[in-house]
Write a protein that binds this ligand. Sequence first.
Ligand code: SF4
Ligand code: FE
Length: 479
Amino acid sequence: MMNAEQYEESLRKLKLDVHMFGERVKNVVDHPIIRPSMKAVAKTYEMAEKEEYQEIMTARSHLTGKSVNRFTHVHQNIDDLVKKSKMGRLLGRETGCCFQRCVGMDALNAVSIVSHNVDAKWGTEYNKRFLKYLAYVQEHDLTVDGAMTDTKGDRSLPPHKQPDPDAFLHVVERRKDGIVVRGAKAHQTGAVNSHEILVMPTLSMREDDREYAVSFALPSDAEGILYIIGRQSCDTRKSEEGALDQGNLLFGGHEALVVFEDVFVPWERVFMCGEFEFTGELVEKFAAYHRQSYACKVGVGDVLIGAAQVAAEYNGVDKASHVKDKIIEMNHLNETLYCGCVACASEGHREQSGTYCVDILLSNVHKQNVTRFPYEIARLAQDIAGGLMVTMPSEKDLRSPETGRLVEKYLGAKSNVPTEHRLRILRLIENLTLGSAAVGYLTESMHGAGSPQAQRIMISRTVDMREKQRAAKRLCGIE
Ligand code: SF4
Ligand code: FE
């Protein structure tokens, strides 16, 4: 396995075509806006090295029997699934942001199941190729960007009817040695911190969309792949002098639009090509795993609840009964989220391929809760923090010889708490609920791994209504 330094060095070797603010980024790893997101992924390497976290952060590869980072592991039992949820919470708490590496893990697991099922039906050899690829990822401890979401164009039209045929990523040429693909994947979490990109179709497709039913993996710096980094609220604070105004001084996340301009993929890296009838299953499996992965928000919730308690103490209101009750409510909501991600893992099952998958209904219920509870937790944190969180002067004013003494004097609260500490904790709450980390804690909770309606559809499809009706009728004597 790699350690954090080796991971950082490995990224320096990539020749990524990254763009931001209308310019090409020459040094991706050291760019002040990208670097905090790289540090968050590096944490997944650092924690795997620590003795006390080995159980959670590492697993035994079913291919080689060697110890691997859990982010490269294909789940072999229920215990693996439960540990995955625990790992998500742990890293969310350590970084206070999106640490990005789960998407690739979820993609590896979903493709391990579906490539096997395609082979069973058609006698293809996708699973053999995939397992070879998986062994390579495990051996080199790579970070994989799992890329599902297409840009989708006109939402009322299927892929093959789009006025722009590239609205969904598709095969434009089949060659003897491989395929050529064109299109884009949007909202790609951690894309430029990844060594590999594993592409999957974005929705369930019909026969006419055959050329869009494609799954493959490429090195992230393969020729023809281009990245455009997405803006985040308050992102340029990361490139300012001083760090207090960033709130989270250590970590962040990023998303990018990833464009494939006629990119060649050799056959040994292709895991689905034309088997449209399996696209629905691939989407469903990936979504179920990734909805479980929103265990991360429980960890970020831990940070926000901790910050709210600290802010209350600094302000001298922590003994007020309504403040205590708000903290209880935040914990209640956060631990309810934890119940969901552990439950869908505990109720997991074995697939034909041998991979263990979470309970689909419960993982969708969990993610549906995630689209709501973090917003309420954030509302309560803002309530406790007070308005100063968004009206306080900048760090520069705190350091200025002219105004610093005034900021110190008038923005202090409890006499034994340095004013600067109060400002720091409020900036962290701002970062988590309004700033760049709110992308991860709030909007990503809403739309990541599928928007709320996607989970409601899955809940209606997987819940056993007949059994509920039967139970009711039996008790009141209806035949
Ligand atoms: Fe992982 Fe959570 Fe980020 Fe998704 S939002 S990549 S689950 S940390
Ligand atoms: Fe996500």
